[in-house]
Structure formats: structure tokens, C-alpha cells
Design a protein around this ligand. Sequence first.
Ligand code: FE2
Ligand code: FE2
Length: 401
Amino acid sequence: MRATTDLDGLGLDDGGQLLVDRALAALPPGGRLTVTGSHPALRVHLAAWCREHGHRLAADTETSAAGGNAGPVEIVKGTADEQRWRNAKRAGAAEGPPDKRADPRWGLAARGALVEAGGLPIGAEWTEREHVWADIAPRLYAAAAAGAWDPATAVNWTATLNVPNEIERAVVQLMTYLVENEQAALIIPARLLGQLHPHFREVMQLLATQAADEARHVEVFTRRGLLSGGPLGTSSAGGRASLQTLLAEPDFTTASFLLSVLGEGTFLDLLRFIHEHAPDKVTADVARLAVRDEARHVAFGVAHTAHLVATDKSYLGVLRQSVERRHSALLDTAGLNTEVFDSLVLLAAGSWEPAAISRGWRAVRDLQASMDEGRRRRLAYIGFPADEAAELSALHTRNFM
Ligand SMILES: [Fe+2]
Ligand SMILES: [Fe+2]
């Protein structure tokens, strides 16, 4: 087979090779391409380029002195290109759900790309779809991308506070507590993300938005905590110990389960409570903005855990063990910071009047009951029988997250 391409005045060092390559692509190995052109170094450059790319100049062209270094030059196509792509495989299908198993040799290739053989495999921990997937992930990612709010403008930071001193101290304590919880909630998806095979693109994107959500939560809670001039409140050893057990959770699903289903699920009620009893607009707004994001984090955790249990019923036992393990690791710690508990009571009371404190106390008891109810409902959705769901909910950390 023969073909011709004209480079006109173009040299190989300023784009001419694209035209030669394109013309060669249409030929089978052994096919001949005549290259014409007026560039003075065309012949010399083509000879070098052909050696590098596994083609050769036709014998008569090589020996011909006519035409000096300019064209025409005849190239015989080699087999290197075909060989290079012979063992190439597609990294799954670009459209539709990801493959069941992501090949570490696909590395960072886009889903659906033709992957040249060779190269180092990616050191991803999570390569099985069912271990990271939920069908709702693409929709949750889209909702997260569309729902990202700007901390600078979503809250009116210059509104006058007008909060009595002692109530303000309770708010500051709650914000201090929220920040340390948000920091754990940021680090965990970021860590899972770093060990996830990028073939599971939607989960990767969702975890990235989740970490970004938590970054905003850290910001707005810090900002509200400092709004009245500081200092921040206290951080208890028990609270931090509880969060650190989450950071140490090695498995994707148990980490997602403990953090998002049980912890963030419990936080939905907590943030709604803070929103409802907020003594000022800024506190109400930061709680409202955060709860919107948390609902997505919880939705993914629940959907993913239920997805895995649906494919492997025995995984309920693994989840159960993760709750029990965490519970026994925390047996000797106090759990929730008493200052946090007291602050919740005072926030709902609104004053130190005994009748008000009684109301606040009842409100916090109701809060704990609705947290428990929510956990049991989510556990039942995942597949736990009602009695086991109640048992596991009761074993959940007293620190809420
Ligand atoms: Fe958060
Ligand atoms: Fe979250």
C-alpha cells in the first residue's frame, strides 16, 4: 500500500511529524509513504525520526542524492506502533458503572482509556467495586458540587451578636467541640481517598467534596467560636480518644460506617438541635449549612454499607465487631466532654432559671433519644434486625461522633 503526504515548507522540528504520523497511521506495516516538502533538512530529519520510531527510509531514497536534503522521501512503515498497542487494554468502560474489579495496572488512566501495557501498578488498597461503591454516589457528587457554599458570603458575619455572656460561652464551647469533630471528619475521607483506585471516579470525587465540606465546617465553626473575641473552649481527652479510634479504622467500609452512618448520623440531630436553639443568627446559619452537607455524607455511608451487605450478608458481623471493638477501646474514657453536655443544656434553657434548666435538660434527653432512634433506623436499613440495631446504637460512643 502506498500513500503520499506533502509537508510544504514545514520541518519535522515544527510540527511536520504530525502529518507524517497521521499519514502512516492509515498504512499497514510495510506500507510506503512518500513525503514531499521543501524544508532543506527534511531528508536528514526524517531519517533520524524513522530510526527513533521503528520505520525506515526506502533503499532507493537513502541512496538517492537527487534533491539534496529536501523531499521527496519514501518511508517504509515499521511494526513498532502495532506492537506498542498489541497488549493494550481498555480501563473498563467510560460510560455506566465502574468495573467490578479495578486493575492496579490501569494506574491513573481515565476510565475507558486504552492503557498501554507496562508501567508501575498503582498502590491502591481499594480495588473491588463492592467494597467502595453505592449507586447513589454519582448523584451525591453532583449535589455536593452544586451545593457548595461560600463561607464568606453564606453567613452574615457582621450581624450583631447580642448573646448573654454565659450563653455565649456555651456556644463557644460547642463550636470548639464541633471543630475537633470536623477535623476528624475531614481526615478520614481524605485518607480513604488516598487508598482508593481512581477507577471508582464518582466515589473519589464524592470523597473529595466531602473533605472540602468538612474544611468549610472547620472554618465556619472556628469563626463563630472566635466571633465574640475568644478564647475557645476546652477539648477533653475522652472526646479526642473517641475520634482517634475513627482515624485508626483501617477498612473502607467500617471507617465509613462508624464515621458516616453512626457518627455523622448522630451529628444530624446535634446540628439541628444547635440550629433550633441558637441564640443568634450566625450560630443558626453555620449549623444549618453544615447539616445540609452532613446529610449527603450520611446518605453515602448508609447507601454504601447497605450495598456491601446486600452483596455479602456476612459483612453485618464485621460491622458489628467494629462497633464492639470501638466500644471496648473507649470503655475507660469519659466520652462526651461534660462541658459540651452542659453547654447543650444551657443553650436549650436560654438562662440559668431553674425552670429553664429543667426545660433544657429535657431537651437534651430528647435529643439523645432522637439520636438513638436515628441510629437504630439506619442500622435497620442496612440490614440489622431491630434488637441488634438497638444494641449497637447503645454501644455507640458517648462523644456522638
Ligand atoms: Fe462536617
Ligand atoms: Fe461530614
